[in-house]
Design a protein around this ligand. Structure first.
Ligand SMILES: C[S@@+](CC[C@H](N)C(=O)[O-])C[C@H]1O[C@@H](n2cnc3c(N)ncnc32)[C@H](O)[C@@H]1O
Length: 266
């Protein structure tokens, strides 16, 4: 499920040890604190572009700790979520109590054909074993005329957090892994059209990531590392983050997510 060439929790955390086959459950609380708000601007842009409002039947695939479900529910949508990690599912149910949140893989969704008006996937597709299968499954549960809206990291030169990933790789004596293909527009478009959807809207959305101090910086970017890992690799993170340190001691990295909407033909 992990793609070690792509940022998932944040670029630096690619290099954090996977705790087991489900690295996410143990990280749910820390993820929500450090990263739960991160995709907020992309979520709002996505919900606006997909015209999510009262009565919209929406499924969020890889719903994580449920922030998008809560946002969509506050617009009056009837929301459902899917995530492979039981800890994320539990947390999402707390964030959006009215949502139908199920433990499920993106490639095998437990809902019938044509059940939703909008299916979303934010910062998730690059984690699927088979992104094309995940998009085909999303298209299956979309009603005719419905919209699939996906969002994920844009190319490296638009994402300042990649500087930390590069520094951690260098500290290990390695080059950064290759850029994941879904960070570019053409492969995302091809993925959507390959599932029979019609691409309608592609845009870049600014998603800055901030940390109030060096401790939060290290804990956020080394999510999943134990105390020894934090102590050993923390100084690498702090040094790499120096260009992004503000006068008040906080840190701010500018990044971009690529948003893509595609419609199922009627
Ligand atoms: C980077 S987090 C993003 C969470 C949320 N979408 C957000 O934007 O905050 C990735 C989430 O996708 C889930 N996930 C990873 N692979 C998945 C798969 N194949 N099917 C469903 N969920 C998956 C993880 O458990 C995790 O909750």
């Amino acid at each position: 499920m992990r793609d070690d060439t792509d940022p998932d929790l944040g670029p630096a955390t690619d290099l954090a040890p996977a705790i087991d086959d489900d690295p996410w459950t143990a990280l749910a609380e820390d993820w929500a604190a450090a990263w739960g708000g991160f995709a907020g601007p992309a979520r709002e842009a996505l919900l606006d572009a997909a015209a999510v409002g009262p009565g919209t039947r929406l499924l969020d695939v890889g719903c994580g700790t449920g922030e998008l479900l809560a946002d969509a529910a506050s617009r009056g949508a009837a929301v459902a979520g899917a995530d492979v990690a039981p800890g994320m599912v539990a947390r999402a149910r707390r964030a959006a109590p009215a949502a139908d949140v199920r433990e499920a893989d993106a490639e095998d969704l437990p809902w019938p054909d044509a059940a939703f008006d909008v299916v979303t996937a934010v910062n998730v597709l690059h984690l699927a074993d088979d992104a094309a299968a995940a998009v085909a499954e999303a298209a299956r549960v979309l009603a005719p005329g419905g919209v699939l809206a996906v969002c994920g990291w844009a190319e490296r030169d638009r994402c300042e957090l990649d500087a930390v990933e590069a520094a951690l790789a260098a500290d290990d004596g390695e080059e950064p892994g290759p850029e994941g293909p879904l960070r570019r527009e053409a492969p995302v478009r091809a993925l959507l059209t390959g599932a029979g959807l019609v691409a309608e809207h592609l845009a870049l959305v600014d998603v800055p990531w901030s940390a109030p101090d060096a401790d939060a910086l290290v804990r956020g970017l080394l999510l999943g590392e134990d105390a020894a890992g934090l102590a050993g690799r923390g100084p690498v993170v702090v040094a790499a983050a120096a260009p992004f340190r503000l006068a008040d001691g906080s840190y701010r990295f500018r990044n971009a997510f690529r948003l893509a909407l595609a419609r199922r033909p009627r």
